[in-house]
Write a protein that binds this ligand. Structure first.
Ligand code: NAD
Length: 321
């Protein structure tokens, strides 16, 4: 696929991953980058730099607005679809999860097909796999998911597959492992473990580890994830799903240890009983993405976590200053 002079629609592009994707797209020879986001979680501030480029525009609106989607799709060659409610939101608001993640995704796909969009890159999730039955998980790993969030992502994947079958609408679905990096939400109600640990350290409180800390995940830096999106679009791959991870297993104990070292903290983690557990073992095979997309994550966990610590410091200085 050729990005030259293309109009690209980034749905959910003011969010964490989407805004980094927009930052990378401005380095491509595209004509227009239209971001659709209702800002429930994303922020205009995430696009502060990108919006200086005259090719970038932010449209505030929802994927539940079918007419708006129809309008925005006109003349669009490529769509990145990242808008979704997240794991915990899906636990607490299952109906909203169905509305946004399933019906909203259907709206995006249908509007894209009607406008003859050439390809969609869909943000799926490693959540479709649930707890790993064997590691590393290849893309053939069964849907061992037991969450509402994972259920909505599986539905999105299946709707794309059905549209491909019926209309030959090209798509690639990316199953991200655990994404972290600058612009991660740390003020909202649904905050990741990296941010929770750093919040505690900021308050000179010991970081809390739920369970024994042996839970292990495959952490990947957001800039690598954004790059995977661009590669997925450019590649000839279609009707395929790909893991997007580092292929490295990191326990929560190791993650916390690295954060303590990077912040120069001498505090010791405090262990508390596990409250709610979704997935405790996750490691994705990186082989297929490397072979067919030419994607391999580059940013080590240590360098990546340092970028988060530095970004938070800068954010806080800006608030104070
Ligand atoms: N961050 C991760 O670790 C991770 C892991 C696996 C998959 N994913 C998936 O990747 C995608 C991006 O994740 P993220 O971490 O950037 O999340 P995010 O919440 O920062 O981004 C999603 C964006 O979608 C927007 N949005 C939500 N509902 C909308 C609606 N009805 N209409 C228009 N916009 C709407 C939000 O305002 C937000 O800007 C999501 O689909 C998510 O499920 C993320």
């Amino acid at each position: 696929m050729d990005l030259k002079n293309a109009r690209v629609l980034v749905v959910g592009g003011a969010g964490f991953v989407g805004s980094h994707l927009v930052d990378q797209l401005i380095g491509e020879p595209v004509k227009d980058i239209v971001v659709l986001d209702n800002l429930v979680r994303g922020k205009k501030q995430n696009l502060a730099n990108a919006l200086r480029d005259p090719r970038v525009q932010l449209i505030e609106g929802s994927i539940l607005d079918v007419e708006l989607l129809k309008r925005l799709m006109q003349g669009t060659s490529y769509v990145f679809h990242l808008a979704a409610l997240w794991l915990f939101e899906c636990v607490h608001q299952p109906r909203a999860a169905v509305d946004v993640n399933i019906v909203g995704t259907y709206n995006v796909i249908e509007a894209a097909q009607q406008a003859r969009v050439k390809k969609i890159v869909y943000s799926s999730s490693a959540s479709v796999y649930g707890d790993a039955l064997a590691t590393p998980m290849t893309e053939e790993h069964p849907f061992n998911n037991r969450t509402m969030y994972g259920a909505t992502k599986i539905a999105g994947e299946q709707i794309l597959r059905a549209f491909y079958e019926q209309h030959k609408l090209n798509y690639v679905g990316l199953r991200y492992m655990n994404v972290y990096g600058p612009r991660m939400d740390y003020k909202g109600a649904y905050v990741s473990v990296v941010m929770k640990v750093l919040d505690r350290l900021d308050e000179s409180q010991p970081p809390v580890i739920f369970g024994d800390g042996s839970q292990a995940y495959d952490f990947i830096h957001v800039q690598d994830v954004a790059r995977a999106n661009v590669l997925a679009l450019k590649s000839d791959a279609s009707d395929q799903f790909f893991n997007v991870g580092m292929g490295v297993k990191t326990t929560i104990n190791d993650l916390v240890k690295t954060l303590l070292e990077l912040t120069g903290s001498k505090l010791k983690p405090e262990y508390k009983p596990q409250e709610q557990s979704f997935v405790t073992q996750r490691l994705g095979s990186t082989e297929k993405a490397e072979r067919l997309l030419g994607f391999r994550a580059k940013i080590s966990l240590r360098d990546g976590l340092k970028s988060v610590v530095d970004w938070r410091r800068q954010e806080k200085e800006e608030v104070v200053g």
